[in-house]
Ligand binder design. Structure first.
Ligand code: GTP
Ligand code: SPV
Ligand code: MN
Length: 602
Protein backbone atom coordinates (compact mmCIF):
# COMPACT_ATOMS: atom_id res chain seq x y z
CA UNK A 1 0.00 0.00 0.00
CA UNK A 2 0.97 3.59 -0.36
CA UNK A 3 -0.81 6.92 -0.74
CA UNK A 4 -2.22 8.95 -3.62
CA UNK A 5 -0.29 11.86 -2.15
CA UNK A 6 3.18 12.19 -3.66
CA UNK A 7 4.55 14.31 -0.78
CA UNK A 8 3.61 11.56 1.66
CA UNK A 9 5.05 8.73 -0.47
CA UNK A 10 8.25 10.68 -1.05
CA UNK A 11 8.71 11.37 2.65
CA UNK A 12 8.07 7.74 3.64
CA UNK A 13 10.49 6.63 0.94
CA UNK A 14 13.20 9.01 2.07
CA UNK A 15 12.83 7.98 5.71
CA UNK A 16 12.93 4.30 4.76
CA UNK A 17 16.12 4.73 2.74
CA UNK A 18 17.75 6.41 5.74
CA UNK A 19 16.41 4.31 8.65
CA UNK A 20 16.51 1.04 6.64
CA UNK A 21 13.60 -0.93 8.15
CA UNK A 22 13.05 -4.56 7.09
CA UNK A 23 9.40 -3.86 6.25
CA UNK A 24 6.98 -0.96 5.78
CA UNK A 25 3.41 -1.20 7.02
CA UNK A 26 0.76 1.44 6.26
CA UNK A 27 -1.73 1.43 9.14
CA UNK A 28 -5.44 1.34 8.31
CA UNK A 29 -6.58 1.38 11.93
CA UNK A 30 -8.66 -1.78 11.57
CA UNK A 31 -9.51 -4.26 14.29
CA UNK A 32 -7.67 -7.02 12.40
CA UNK A 33 -4.54 -4.90 12.15
CA UNK A 34 -4.66 -4.19 15.87
CA UNK A 35 -5.18 -7.88 16.70
CA UNK A 36 -2.12 -8.81 14.66
CA UNK A 37 -0.03 -6.11 16.36
CA UNK A 38 -1.12 -7.30 19.80
CA UNK A 39 -0.25 -10.90 18.89
CA UNK A 40 3.21 -9.79 17.83
CA UNK A 41 3.74 -7.76 21.01
CA UNK A 42 2.58 -10.63 23.23
CA UNK A 43 5.08 -12.89 21.46
CA UNK A 44 7.94 -10.38 21.83
CA UNK A 45 7.13 -9.63 25.48
CA UNK A 46 6.29 -5.97 24.71
CA UNK A 47 2.86 -6.69 26.16
CA UNK A 48 1.67 -8.94 28.95
CA UNK A 49 -1.93 -10.10 28.83
CA UNK A 50 -3.96 -9.15 31.90
CA UNK A 51 -6.68 -11.32 33.42
CA UNK A 52 -9.07 -11.90 30.47
CA UNK A 53 -12.05 -12.63 32.74
CA UNK A 54 -11.88 -9.38 34.75
CA UNK A 55 -10.08 -7.31 32.06
CA UNK A 56 -10.79 -8.57 28.54
CA UNK A 57 -8.49 -7.08 25.86
CA UNK A 58 -6.33 -5.38 28.48
CA UNK A 59 -2.55 -5.44 28.29
CA UNK A 60 0.38 -4.33 30.39
CA UNK A 61 3.45 -2.72 28.88
CA UNK A 62 6.62 -2.29 30.93
CA UNK A 63 8.79 0.43 29.49
CA UNK A 64 12.55 0.59 29.89
CA UNK A 65 13.22 1.66 33.52
CA UNK A 66 15.14 4.71 32.27
CA UNK A 67 12.23 5.71 30.03
CA UNK A 68 9.24 6.45 32.24
CA UNK A 69 8.28 10.10 31.71
CA UNK A 70 8.62 13.15 29.51
CA UNK A 71 12.16 14.48 29.21
CA UNK A 72 11.97 18.27 29.20
CA UNK A 73 15.76 18.70 29.18
CA UNK A 74 15.96 16.73 25.89
CA UNK A 75 13.03 18.52 24.23
CA UNK A 76 13.91 21.22 21.69
CA UNK A 77 12.17 23.84 19.63
CA UNK A 78 14.24 24.31 16.49
CA UNK A 79 13.35 27.64 14.90
CA UNK A 80 15.61 29.68 12.63
CA UNK A 81 15.80 32.41 15.25
CA UNK A 82 16.53 31.53 18.87
CA UNK A 83 14.27 34.34 20.15
CA UNK A 84 11.27 32.73 18.47
CA UNK A 85 11.64 29.68 20.73
CA UNK A 86 12.12 31.96 23.75
CA UNK A 87 13.74 31.44 27.13
CA UNK A 88 10.90 29.02 28.02
CA UNK A 89 12.28 26.43 25.54
CA UNK A 90 15.51 24.63 24.80
CA UNK A 91 16.58 25.76 21.35
CA UNK A 92 18.77 24.35 18.63
CA UNK A 93 19.30 25.74 15.11
CA UNK A 94 17.37 23.59 12.60
CA UNK A 95 20.48 22.60 10.59
CA UNK A 96 22.36 21.52 13.68
CA UNK A 97 19.31 19.73 15.10
CA UNK A 98 18.61 17.87 11.87
CA UNK A 99 22.24 16.81 11.52
CA UNK A 100 22.38 15.61 15.09
CA UNK A 101 19.15 13.63 15.06
CA UNK A 102 19.46 12.34 11.48
CA UNK A 103 22.75 10.71 12.46
CA UNK A 104 20.87 8.79 15.14
CA UNK A 105 18.13 7.75 12.69
CA UNK A 106 20.73 6.33 10.26
CA UNK A 107 19.97 2.62 10.00
CA UNK A 108 18.04 2.68 13.30
CA UNK A 109 15.13 0.59 11.98
CA UNK A 110 17.19 -2.37 10.72
CA UNK A 111 15.45 -5.59 11.71
CA UNK A 112 12.26 -3.65 12.50
CA UNK A 113 9.01 -2.71 10.79
CA UNK A 114 8.40 0.91 9.85
CA UNK A 115 4.76 1.80 10.55
CA UNK A 116 3.12 4.69 8.71
CA UNK A 117 0.44 6.04 11.05
CA UNK A 118 -1.98 8.59 9.53
CA UNK A 119 -4.03 10.34 12.21
CA UNK A 120 -6.51 13.14 12.72
CA UNK A 121 -6.51 15.32 15.83
CA UNK A 122 -10.16 16.23 16.45
CA UNK A 123 -13.44 14.86 15.10
CA UNK A 124 -12.73 13.53 11.62
CA UNK A 125 -15.29 15.86 9.97
CA UNK A 126 -14.46 18.96 12.04
CA UNK A 127 -13.06 22.04 10.30
CA UNK A 128 -11.11 22.63 13.53
CA UNK A 129 -9.35 19.24 13.34
CA UNK A 130 -5.81 18.86 11.99
CA UNK A 131 -4.00 15.85 10.56
CA UNK A 132 -0.57 14.37 10.77
CA UNK A 133 1.35 11.23 9.93
CA UNK A 134 3.64 9.56 12.44
CA UNK A 135 6.31 7.19 11.20
CA UNK A 136 7.40 4.89 14.02
CA UNK A 137 9.15 1.58 14.59
CA UNK A 138 7.22 0.90 17.82
CA UNK A 139 4.10 -1.30 17.61
CA UNK A 140 3.24 -0.07 21.12
CA UNK A 141 3.12 3.47 19.78
CA UNK A 142 0.84 2.32 16.94
CA UNK A 143 -1.55 0.62 19.39
CA UNK A 144 -1.64 3.74 21.58
CA UNK A 145 -2.10 6.12 18.64
CA UNK A 146 -5.07 4.00 17.56
CA UNK A 147 -6.75 4.75 20.89
CA UNK A 148 -5.57 8.35 21.35
CA UNK A 149 -6.33 9.67 17.84
CA UNK A 150 -8.58 8.98 14.87
CA UNK A 151 -5.99 6.76 13.24
CA UNK A 152 -6.03 4.94 9.92
CA UNK A 153 -7.96 4.94 6.66
CA UNK A 154 -10.33 7.86 7.36
CA UNK A 155 -7.46 10.08 8.47
CA UNK A 156 -5.41 9.13 5.40
CA UNK A 157 -8.37 9.98 3.17
CA UNK A 158 -8.61 13.44 4.75
CA UNK A 159 -4.85 13.97 4.45
CA UNK A 160 -5.01 13.06 0.77
CA UNK A 161 -8.04 15.26 0.16
CA UNK A 162 -6.40 18.22 1.88
CA UNK A 163 -3.02 17.48 0.32
CA UNK A 164 -4.58 17.69 -3.14
CA UNK A 165 -5.43 21.35 -2.44
CA UNK A 166 -2.03 22.09 -0.92
CA UNK A 167 -2.88 21.84 2.78
CA UNK A 168 0.07 20.28 4.62
CA UNK A 169 0.00 17.56 7.26
CA UNK A 170 2.34 17.44 10.25
CA UNK A 171 5.26 15.05 9.67
CA UNK A 172 6.30 13.16 12.80
CA UNK A 173 9.25 10.78 12.71
CA UNK A 174 9.80 8.50 15.69
CA UNK A 175 12.11 5.63 16.56
CA UNK A 176 12.74 4.02 19.90
CA UNK A 177 16.37 3.95 18.74
CA UNK A 178 18.49 2.31 21.40
CA UNK A 179 16.35 3.55 24.33
CA UNK A 180 19.55 5.17 25.52
CA UNK A 181 19.01 8.42 27.49
CA UNK A 182 22.28 9.73 26.03
CA UNK A 183 20.84 9.28 22.51
CA UNK A 184 17.37 10.65 23.21
CA UNK A 185 15.97 13.83 21.64
CA UNK A 186 12.50 15.21 21.07
CA UNK A 187 12.86 17.90 18.41
CA UNK A 188 10.27 20.21 16.89
CA UNK A 189 10.56 22.20 13.68
CA UNK A 190 7.44 24.39 13.76
CA UNK A 191 8.46 26.32 10.62
CA UNK A 192 8.40 23.00 8.71
CA UNK A 193 5.50 21.43 10.65
CA UNK A 194 7.85 18.57 11.51
CA UNK A 195 8.76 16.53 14.59
CA UNK A 196 11.67 14.12 15.10
CA UNK A 197 11.84 12.00 18.22
CA UNK A 198 14.30 9.24 19.03
CA UNK A 199 15.36 7.13 22.00
CA UNK A 200 12.11 6.96 23.99
CA UNK A 201 9.01 4.82 23.70
CA UNK A 202 7.10 6.62 26.44
CA UNK A 203 3.93 8.72 26.31
CA UNK A 204 4.40 12.30 25.25
CA UNK A 205 7.90 11.55 23.94
CA UNK A 206 6.65 8.96 21.48
CA UNK A 207 2.90 9.44 20.81
CA UNK A 208 3.65 12.40 18.57
CA UNK A 209 0.01 13.41 18.01
CA UNK A 210 -0.28 14.44 21.64
CA UNK A 211 2.17 16.97 23.12
CA UNK A 212 4.45 17.33 20.09
CA UNK A 213 1.73 17.98 17.52
CA UNK A 214 -1.43 19.01 19.40
CA UNK A 215 0.43 21.40 21.71
CA UNK A 216 3.92 22.42 20.52
CA UNK A 217 3.33 22.53 16.76
CA UNK A 218 -0.35 23.46 17.09
CA UNK A 219 0.36 26.38 19.46
CA UNK A 220 2.70 27.79 16.80
CA UNK A 221 0.05 27.39 14.09
CA UNK A 222 -2.66 28.73 16.39
CA UNK A 223 -0.71 31.93 16.93
CA UNK A 224 -0.52 32.76 13.24
CA UNK A 225 -4.09 31.62 12.57
CA UNK A 226 -5.86 33.25 15.53
CA UNK A 227 -6.76 30.34 17.79
CA UNK A 228 -5.43 28.68 20.94
CA UNK A 229 -3.93 25.21 21.52
CA UNK A 230 -3.91 24.61 25.26
CA UNK A 231 -3.03 22.04 27.96
CA UNK A 232 -6.62 22.04 29.22
CA UNK A 233 -9.43 19.70 30.09
CA UNK A 234 -12.92 20.49 28.83
CA UNK A 235 -15.86 19.67 31.09
CA UNK A 236 -19.60 20.31 30.74
CA UNK A 237 -21.48 21.10 33.95
CA UNK A 238 -25.24 20.61 33.74
CA UNK A 239 -27.35 22.34 36.39
CA UNK A 240 -30.75 21.16 37.62
CA UNK A 241 -32.44 23.33 34.93
CA UNK A 242 -30.68 21.29 32.27
CA UNK A 243 -28.36 24.15 31.21
CA UNK A 244 -24.81 23.08 30.39
CA UNK A 245 -21.82 25.36 30.89
CA UNK A 246 -18.51 24.25 29.42
CA UNK A 247 -15.35 25.01 31.37
CA UNK A 248 -11.79 24.71 30.05
CA UNK A 249 -9.16 24.28 32.76
CA UNK A 250 -5.36 24.34 32.55
CA UNK A 251 -3.54 22.48 35.31
CA UNK A 252 0.07 21.27 34.93
CA UNK A 253 0.83 17.59 34.38
CA UNK A 254 -0.52 15.29 37.10
CA UNK A 255 -2.38 18.17 38.80
CA UNK A 256 -5.95 17.01 38.39
CA UNK A 257 -7.22 17.54 34.82
CA UNK A 258 -8.40 13.95 34.33
CA UNK A 259 -10.06 14.02 37.74
CA UNK A 260 -11.92 17.28 37.14
CA UNK A 261 -12.94 16.25 33.62
CA UNK A 262 -14.66 13.11 34.99
CA UNK A 263 -15.94 14.56 38.24
CA UNK A 264 -18.78 12.76 40.01
CA UNK A 265 -21.01 15.29 41.83
CA UNK A 266 -21.42 15.05 45.62
CA UNK A 267 -24.57 13.26 46.72
CA UNK A 268 -26.56 16.44 47.44
CA UNK A 269 -25.76 17.75 43.94
CA UNK A 270 -26.70 14.44 42.31
CA UNK A 271 -30.01 14.46 44.16
CA UNK A 272 -30.65 18.02 42.98
CA UNK A 273 -30.04 16.96 39.37
CA UNK A 274 -26.50 18.15 38.58
CA UNK A 275 -24.58 16.21 35.93
CA UNK A 276 -21.02 16.43 34.65
CA UNK A 277 -19.97 15.65 31.06
CA UNK A 278 -16.44 14.91 29.90
CA UNK A 279 -15.30 16.48 26.62
CA UNK A 280 -11.53 16.22 27.09
CA UNK A 281 -8.96 15.60 29.82
CA UNK A 282 -5.66 16.99 28.49
CA UNK A 283 -5.76 19.16 25.38
CA UNK A 284 -8.14 21.85 24.15
CA UNK A 285 -8.17 23.73 20.85
CA UNK A 286 -10.23 26.94 21.05
CA UNK A 287 -11.30 29.23 18.23
CA UNK A 288 -13.48 32.35 18.26
CA UNK A 289 -16.81 31.50 16.65
CA UNK A 290 -19.08 33.73 14.54
CA UNK A 291 -20.92 34.66 17.78
CA UNK A 292 -17.71 35.97 19.39
CA UNK A 293 -17.53 33.12 21.90
CA UNK A 294 -14.61 30.69 22.12
CA UNK A 295 -15.53 27.24 20.78
CA UNK A 296 -13.47 24.25 21.86
CA UNK A 297 -12.70 20.77 20.60
CA UNK A 298 -10.75 17.99 22.23
CA UNK A 299 -8.23 16.96 19.56
CA UNK A 300 -7.78 13.55 21.20
CA UNK A 301 -9.89 10.40 21.03
CA UNK A 302 -8.63 8.76 24.21
CA UNK A 303 -7.11 9.30 27.63
CA UNK A 304 -3.49 8.71 28.58
CA UNK A 305 -4.20 9.14 32.28
CA UNK A 306 -2.20 8.89 35.50
CA UNK A 307 -2.99 5.53 37.14
CA UNK A 308 -1.83 5.92 40.77
CA UNK A 309 -4.49 7.50 42.95
CA UNK A 310 -7.30 6.54 40.55
CA UNK A 311 -9.84 4.84 42.79
CA UNK A 312 -13.53 4.30 43.39
CA UNK A 313 -13.43 7.28 45.73
CA UNK A 314 -11.38 9.74 43.65
CA UNK A 315 -12.43 8.90 40.09
CA UNK A 316 -15.01 6.13 39.74
CA UNK A 317 -15.68 7.12 36.12
CA UNK A 318 -12.05 6.47 35.21
CA UNK A 319 -11.93 3.20 37.10
CA UNK A 320 -15.17 2.11 35.44
CA UNK A 321 -13.76 2.46 31.94
CA UNK A 322 -10.60 0.49 32.66
CA UNK A 323 -11.95 -3.05 32.85
CA UNK A 324 -11.82 -3.75 29.11
CA UNK A 325 -9.90 -2.69 25.99
CA UNK A 326 -7.18 -0.72 27.76
CA UNK A 327 -3.40 -0.57 27.72
CA UNK A 328 -1.60 -0.10 31.03
CA UNK A 329 1.97 1.17 31.15
CA UNK A 330 4.23 0.59 34.17
CA UNK A 331 1.49 -0.36 36.63
CA UNK A 332 1.87 -3.28 39.05
CA UNK A 333 -0.03 -6.56 38.74
CA UNK A 334 -1.87 -8.76 41.23
CA UNK A 335 -1.46 -12.52 41.54
CA UNK A 336 -4.68 -12.86 39.49
CA UNK A 337 -3.24 -10.80 36.65
CA UNK A 338 -5.26 -7.67 37.41
CA UNK A 339 -3.66 -4.24 37.01
CA UNK A 340 -2.81 -2.61 40.34
CA UNK A 341 -1.53 0.74 41.60
CA UNK A 342 -1.30 2.67 44.84
CA UNK A 343 -4.83 3.75 45.76
CA UNK A 344 -6.50 0.47 44.78
CA UNK A 345 -7.54 -2.12 47.39
CA UNK A 346 -5.59 -5.38 47.78
CA UNK A 347 -1.93 -5.94 47.13
CA UNK A 348 0.14 -6.54 44.00
CA UNK A 349 2.34 -9.56 43.30
CA UNK A 350 4.62 -7.94 40.68
CA UNK A 351 5.84 -4.35 40.63
CA UNK A 352 6.06 -2.12 37.54
CA UNK A 353 9.34 -3.70 36.51
CA UNK A 354 7.91 -7.22 36.88
CA UNK A 355 9.80 -7.92 40.09
CA UNK A 356 8.18 -9.85 42.95
CA UNK A 357 6.61 -7.49 45.47
CA UNK A 358 7.78 -7.94 49.05
CA UNK A 359 5.00 -7.33 51.57
CA UNK A 360 5.88 -6.85 55.23
CA UNK A 361 3.18 -6.17 57.84
CA UNK A 362 0.60 -5.64 55.08
CA UNK A 363 2.79 -2.93 53.50
CA UNK A 364 4.79 -2.96 50.28
CA UNK A 365 8.52 -2.79 50.89
CA UNK A 366 10.91 -0.74 48.77
CA UNK A 367 8.89 2.09 47.25
CA UNK A 368 5.70 2.20 45.20
CA UNK A 369 4.79 -0.93 43.24
CA UNK A 370 3.32 1.04 40.34
CA UNK A 371 5.57 3.73 38.88
CA UNK A 372 4.30 7.17 40.06
CA UNK A 373 3.89 8.16 36.39
CA UNK A 374 2.30 4.85 35.35
CA UNK A 375 -0.61 5.41 32.99
CA UNK A 376 -3.63 3.88 31.27
CA UNK A 377 -4.58 4.34 27.62
CA UNK A 378 -8.27 3.98 26.88
CA UNK A 379 -10.80 5.19 24.30
CA UNK A 380 -12.67 8.33 25.37
CA UNK A 381 -16.06 6.81 24.58
CA UNK A 382 -15.55 4.17 27.27
CA UNK A 383 -16.03 6.86 29.91
CA UNK A 384 -19.53 6.88 31.46
CA UNK A 385 -19.51 10.69 31.52
CA UNK A 386 -18.40 11.07 27.85
CA UNK A 387 -20.34 14.05 26.52
CA UNK A 388 -22.82 13.55 23.67
CA UNK A 389 -21.39 16.84 22.32
CA UNK A 390 -17.74 15.81 22.55
CA UNK A 391 -17.56 15.05 18.84
CA UNK A 392 -19.56 18.06 17.61
CA UNK A 393 -17.73 19.40 14.57
CA UNK A 394 -18.01 23.04 15.71
CA UNK A 395 -16.93 22.22 19.28
CA UNK A 396 -18.58 23.42 22.50
CA UNK A 397 -18.84 27.06 23.70
CA UNK A 398 -16.63 27.92 26.67
CA UNK A 399 -18.16 29.87 29.59
CA UNK A 400 -15.12 29.97 31.88
CA UNK A 401 -11.38 29.36 31.72
CA UNK A 402 -9.77 28.07 34.89
CA UNK A 403 -6.07 28.05 35.74
CA UNK A 404 -4.67 26.11 38.67
CA UNK A 405 -1.61 24.47 40.11
CA UNK A 406 -0.30 22.65 43.14
CA UNK A 407 0.33 25.30 45.75
CA UNK A 408 0.78 24.13 49.34
CA UNK A 409 0.74 27.70 50.57
CA UNK A 410 -0.56 31.16 49.75
CA UNK A 411 -2.95 30.57 46.84
CA UNK A 412 -6.64 30.54 47.85
CA UNK A 413 -9.17 27.89 46.83
CA UNK A 414 -10.57 30.09 44.05
CA UNK A 415 -10.45 33.64 42.76
CA UNK A 416 -11.78 35.40 39.70
CA UNK A 417 -9.83 37.71 37.43
CA UNK A 418 -11.37 41.14 36.91
CA UNK A 419 -11.15 41.04 33.14
CA UNK A 420 -9.36 39.29 30.30
CA UNK A 421 -6.01 41.09 30.69
CA UNK A 422 -5.96 40.33 34.40
CA UNK A 423 -6.85 36.73 33.57
CA UNK A 424 -3.93 36.48 31.17
CA UNK A 425 -1.64 37.71 33.95
CA UNK A 426 -3.13 35.12 36.32
CA UNK A 427 -2.36 32.40 33.77
CA UNK A 428 1.11 33.72 32.97
CA UNK A 429 1.96 33.93 36.68
CA UNK A 430 0.83 30.39 37.48
CA UNK A 431 3.16 28.43 39.71
CA UNK A 432 3.03 24.76 40.57
CA UNK A 433 5.03 22.12 42.43
CA UNK A 434 6.58 19.66 39.95
CA UNK A 435 5.27 16.07 39.61
CA UNK A 436 6.46 12.68 38.32
CA UNK A 437 5.07 13.37 34.83
CA UNK A 438 8.49 14.65 33.78
CA UNK A 439 11.88 13.35 34.86
CA UNK A 440 13.62 15.44 37.54
CA UNK A 441 12.85 16.60 41.06
CA UNK A 442 9.28 16.34 42.35
CA UNK A 443 7.60 18.98 44.55
CA UNK A 444 9.71 21.95 43.44
CA UNK A 445 7.74 25.17 42.90
CA UNK A 446 8.24 26.62 39.42
CA UNK A 447 6.40 29.00 37.10
CA UNK A 448 4.31 27.04 34.65
CA UNK A 449 2.44 29.67 32.64
CA UNK A 450 -0.99 28.43 31.55
CA UNK A 451 0.35 24.89 32.37
CA UNK A 452 2.23 25.25 29.05
CA UNK A 453 5.85 25.54 30.23
CA UNK A 454 6.76 22.16 28.70
CA UNK A 455 4.42 22.53 25.72
CA UNK A 456 4.43 26.02 24.22
CA UNK A 457 6.12 25.82 20.82
CA UNK A 458 7.27 29.45 20.83
CA UNK A 459 8.39 32.38 22.97
CA UNK A 460 6.14 32.79 26.03
CA UNK A 461 6.32 36.58 25.65
CA UNK A 462 4.68 36.27 22.21
CA UNK A 463 2.28 33.68 23.60
CA UNK A 464 1.08 36.08 26.31
CA UNK A 465 0.65 38.71 23.61
CA UNK A 466 -1.38 36.24 21.55
CA UNK A 467 -3.65 35.55 24.54
CA UNK A 468 -4.14 39.31 25.08
CA UNK A 469 -5.05 39.74 21.39
CA UNK A 470 -8.35 37.88 21.83
CA UNK A 471 -9.74 40.86 23.75
CA UNK A 472 -11.14 42.85 20.85
CA UNK A 473 -14.46 44.36 19.78
CA UNK A 474 -17.17 41.76 19.25
CA UNK A 475 -15.44 39.15 21.40
CA UNK A 476 -17.60 37.44 24.05
CA UNK A 477 -14.77 36.00 26.07
CA UNK A 478 -15.11 33.57 28.95
CA UNK A 479 -14.37 34.79 32.46
CA UNK A 480 -11.02 33.64 33.86
CA UNK A 481 -10.50 32.04 37.29
CA UNK A 482 -7.72 30.47 39.34
CA UNK A 483 -8.21 27.47 41.63
CA UNK A 484 -5.98 25.60 44.08
CA UNK A 485 -7.15 22.24 45.43
CA UNK A 486 -3.77 21.66 47.07
CA UNK A 487 -3.46 24.23 49.89
CA UNK A 488 -2.29 22.53 53.11
CA UNK A 489 -2.72 23.12 56.82
CA UNK A 490 0.13 23.36 59.34
CA UNK A 491 0.12 19.55 59.65
CA UNK A 492 0.71 19.16 55.92
CA UNK A 493 -2.85 17.92 55.24
CA UNK A 494 -4.93 19.17 52.32
CA UNK A 495 -7.41 21.79 53.54
CA UNK A 496 -9.94 21.07 50.80
CA UNK A 497 -11.49 17.61 50.20
CA UNK A 498 -11.13 18.00 46.41
CA UNK A 499 -12.30 15.58 43.70
CA UNK A 500 -16.16 15.49 43.54
CA UNK A 501 -16.41 18.40 45.97
CA UNK A 502 -14.63 20.60 43.43
CA UNK A 503 -18.08 20.95 41.83
CA UNK A 504 -18.90 23.34 44.70
CA UNK A 505 -16.24 25.67 43.34
CA UNK A 506 -17.38 25.17 39.74
CA UNK A 507 -20.92 26.12 40.80
CA UNK A 508 -19.63 29.44 42.14
CA UNK A 509 -17.58 29.96 38.98
CA UNK A 510 -20.63 29.37 36.79
CA UNK A 511 -22.69 31.62 39.05
CA UNK A 512 -20.15 34.40 38.50
CA UNK A 513 -20.47 33.89 34.74
CA UNK A 514 -24.26 34.14 34.85
CA UNK A 515 -24.25 36.99 37.37
CA UNK A 516 -25.93 34.96 40.11
CA UNK A 517 -23.15 34.83 42.68
CA UNK A 518 -21.59 37.38 44.96
CA UNK A 519 -17.89 38.02 45.48
CA UNK A 520 -15.48 39.97 47.60
CA UNK A 521 -13.01 42.20 45.81
CA UNK A 522 -9.40 41.79 46.89
CA UNK A 523 -6.18 43.04 45.26
CA UNK A 524 -5.53 39.63 43.67
CA UNK A 525 -9.07 39.23 42.34
CA UNK A 526 -12.59 38.39 43.44
CA UNK A 527 -13.15 35.65 46.00
CA UNK A 528 -16.34 34.03 47.21
CA UNK A 529 -17.55 35.15 50.63
CA UNK A 530 -17.66 32.13 52.93
CA UNK A 531 -21.42 31.81 52.45
CA UNK A 532 -21.27 32.15 48.65
CA UNK A 533 -20.06 28.54 48.41
CA UNK A 534 -22.60 25.72 48.61
CA UNK A 535 -21.15 23.52 51.37
CA UNK A 536 -24.30 21.44 51.86
CA UNK A 537 -23.51 18.18 53.71
CA UNK A 538 -19.79 18.93 53.65
CA UNK A 539 -17.91 18.49 56.90
CA UNK A 540 -15.63 21.53 56.70
CA UNK A 541 -15.02 23.74 59.72
CA UNK A 542 -15.33 27.50 59.44
CA UNK A 543 -11.66 27.80 60.42
CA UNK A 544 -10.60 25.59 57.50
CA UNK A 545 -12.83 27.48 55.10
CA UNK A 546 -11.32 30.78 56.28
CA UNK A 547 -7.85 29.33 55.79
CA UNK A 548 -8.79 28.22 52.25
CA UNK A 549 -10.06 31.69 51.35
CA UNK A 550 -7.35 33.67 53.16
CA UNK A 551 -5.50 36.30 51.12
CA UNK A 552 -2.17 36.87 52.85
CA UNK A 553 -1.20 40.35 51.65
CA UNK A 554 2.45 40.12 52.70
CA UNK A 555 2.81 36.74 51.04
CA UNK A 556 1.24 38.08 47.84
CA UNK A 557 3.56 41.08 47.81
CA UNK A 558 6.51 38.67 47.78
CA UNK A 559 4.74 36.55 45.13
CA UNK A 560 4.25 39.59 42.93
CA UNK A 561 7.91 40.52 43.25
CA UNK A 562 8.78 37.05 42.01
CA UNK A 563 6.17 37.26 39.21
CA UNK A 564 7.67 40.60 38.16
CA UNK A 565 11.15 39.09 37.94
CA UNK A 566 9.73 36.25 35.90
CA UNK A 567 7.98 38.58 33.44
CA UNK A 568 11.13 40.68 33.05
CA UNK A 569 13.15 37.53 32.30
CA UNK A 570 11.51 37.60 28.85
CA UNK A 571 13.11 40.97 28.13
CA UNK A 572 11.66 43.57 25.80
CA UNK A 573 9.30 41.12 24.08
CA UNK A 574 7.00 40.91 27.10
CA UNK A 575 3.75 42.77 26.31
CA UNK A 576 3.52 46.13 28.02
CA UNK A 577 -0.14 45.41 28.81
CA UNK A 578 0.95 42.53 31.05
CA UNK A 579 3.50 44.66 32.87
CA UNK A 580 0.87 47.36 33.44
CA UNK A 581 -1.49 44.77 34.86
CA UNK A 582 1.25 43.50 37.13
CA UNK A 583 2.02 47.03 38.32
CA UNK A 584 -1.66 47.74 38.94
CA UNK A 585 -2.03 44.75 41.26
CA UNK A 586 1.30 45.34 42.97
CA UNK A 587 0.04 48.86 43.76
CA UNK A 588 -3.25 47.51 45.14
CA UNK A 589 -1.30 45.11 47.35
CA UNK A 590 0.88 47.95 48.64
CA UNK A 591 -2.23 49.93 49.58
CA UNK A 592 -3.78 46.90 51.27
CA UNK A 593 -0.66 46.43 53.35
CA UNK A 594 -0.75 49.97 54.73
CA UNK A 595 -4.55 50.17 54.96
CA UNK A 596 -5.78 46.65 55.75
CA UNK A 597 -9.29 48.02 56.34
CA UNK A 598 -9.38 48.88 52.62
CA UNK A 599 -10.07 45.26 51.80
CA UNK A 600 -12.57 43.04 53.51
CA UNK A 601 -12.09 39.49 54.64
CA UNK A 602 -13.88 36.66 52.90
P1 GTP B 1 -1.52 14.88 32.88
O1 GTP B 1 -2.21 13.71 32.25
O2 GTP B 1 -0.14 14.54 33.36
O3 GTP B 1 -1.51 16.13 32.05
O4 GTP B 1 -2.22 15.20 34.25
P2 GTP B 1 -3.68 15.50 34.83
O5 GTP B 1 -3.73 16.94 35.16
O6 GTP B 1 -4.74 14.91 33.98
O7 GTP B 1 -3.56 14.73 36.16
P3 GTP B 1 -4.61 13.84 36.98
O8 GTP B 1 -6.00 14.33 36.91
O9 GTP B 1 -4.41 12.43 36.59
O10 GTP B 1 -4.04 14.12 38.44
C1 GTP B 1 -3.32 13.22 39.10
C2 GTP B 1 -2.99 13.59 40.53
O11 GTP B 1 -3.69 14.70 41.07
C3 GTP B 1 -3.31 12.41 41.42
O12 GTP B 1 -2.27 12.29 42.35
C4 GTP B 1 -4.60 12.85 42.08
O13 GTP B 1 -4.80 12.19 43.28
C5 GTP B 1 -4.38 14.33 42.26
N1 GTP B 1 -5.65 15.09 42.35
C6 GTP B 1 -6.54 15.29 41.37
N2 GTP B 1 -7.59 16.04 41.79
C7 GTP B 1 -7.33 16.32 43.08
C8 GTP B 1 -8.04 17.07 44.08
O14 GTP B 1 -9.09 17.64 43.84
N3 GTP B 1 -7.45 17.15 45.30
C9 GTP B 1 -6.27 16.55 45.59
N4 GTP B 1 -5.76 16.67 46.81
N5 GTP B 1 -5.58 15.81 44.67
C10 GTP B 1 -6.10 15.72 43.45
C1 SPV C 1 1.62 15.17 30.66
O1 SPV C 1 2.77 14.90 31.08
O2 SPV C 1 1.13 16.31 30.75
C2 SPV C 1 0.80 14.11 30.04
C3 SPV C 1 1.41 12.79 29.84
O3 SPV C 1 -0.34 14.35 29.72
S1 SPV C 1 2.41 12.70 28.42
O4 SPV C 1 1.56 12.32 27.29
O5 SPV C 1 3.42 11.67 28.65
O6 SPV C 1 3.02 13.97 28.14
MN1 MN D 1 -0.88 16.51 30.05
Amino acid sequence: MSSTLATLNDWVGAVARHARPDRIHWCDGSEAENDALVERMLASGDLVELNPRTHPNCYLHRSHPSDVARVEHLTYICTEKREDAGPNNHWMAPDEANAKIDALFDGCMQGRTLYVVPYCMGPIDSPLARCGVEITDSPYVVANMRIMTRMGAAALARIEREGAIGKPFVKGLHSIGELDPAKRFIMHFPEELAIKSIGSGYGGNALLGKKCHALRIASWQARSEGWLAEHMLIVGVQNPHGEIHYIAAAFPSACGKTNLAMLIPPESYREAGWKVWTVGDDICWMTPGPDGRLWAINPEAGYFGVAPGTSEKTNANALGMLNHDAIFTNVAMTADGDPWWEGLPGLPAKDWQGRDVVVANGKIAGGPAAHPNSRFTVAARQCASWSPHAEDAQGVPISAIVFGGRREHLVPLVFEARDWAHGVLVGAAMGSETTAAATGAVGVLRRDSMAMKPFCGYNFADYFGHWLSFDKPGAKLPKIFHVNWFRKDDDGKFLWPGFGDNLRVLEWIIGRCTGNEGALETPIGNLPHADDLNLDRLDLSRARLDALLDVDIEGWIAEFESIGEYLHSFGARIPDRLLREHARIAALLAVAETEPQAIGTP
